[in-house]
Design a protein around this ligand. Structure first.
Ligand SMILES: Nc1ncnc2c1ncn2[C@@H]1O[C@H](COP(=O)(O)OP(=O)(O)OP(=O)(O)O)[C@@H](O)[C@H]1O
Ligand SMILES: [Mg+2]
Length: 141
């Protein structure tokens, strides 16, 4: 699936992403610095009703957000591998535990530890097409 969006309709793009109806819980977001990975993740979290202030996990590798769905307490892990060197470091930080926890995981910089990303993960590719426009390609398995 391919989408184009700006900040004005990022919510619609995020909704389409949740509507993929995939069994996958891991969403790997690819894209250069400033492509809008964190911004898109914020939109995804907003739609789920995440109440915590969703900051950028620049200094923490793993952020945990809580929300309620159908009366159940659920969580989303927002993981940013940018500062990690390799898979070993990611593993030591507990990234695999999150990725295989069954909870939704939104992963930035998956290319830092490709071997840790579950095969059934959905891959999203963000590219800058203008000052406020982005192209999003979603490859579901
Ligand atoms: N349509 C859009 N979608 C997402 N971000 C946009 C859009 N238009 C403008 N922006 C701006 O682009 C910037 C994207 O920054 P963001 O931190 O989300 O990128 P990132 O891919 O997470 O970068 P990094 O790799 O450094 O973590 C923000 O300042 C955001 O406001
Ligand atoms: Mg980011």
């Amino acid at each position: 699936m391919e989408l184009s969006f700006s900040l004005d309709n990022i919510k619609d793009a995020a909704r389409q992403c949740w509507e993929l109806n995939t069994d996958a819980t891991v969403f790997a977001l690819h894209g250069e610095m400033g492509a809008g990975k964190t911004t898109f993740i914020h939109a995804l979290c907003d739609l789920k009703g995440v109440k915590d202030v969703v900051g950028s996990p620049t200094f923490s590798i793993i952020n945990e957000y809580n929300y309620t769905e159908k009366g159940k307490e659920k969580k989303i892990f927002h993981i940013d591998l940018y500062r990690l060197k390799d898979e070993e470091e990611a593993s030591r930080a507990g990234v695999e535990d999150c990725l295989y926890s069954g909870h939704i995981c939104l992963l930035e910089w998956p290319e830092k530890a490709p071997g840790l990303v579950p095969a059934e993960a959905v891959h999203l590719y963000l590219t800058v097409t203008g000052l406020t426009t982005r192209k999003l390609i979603i490859n579901r398995n």
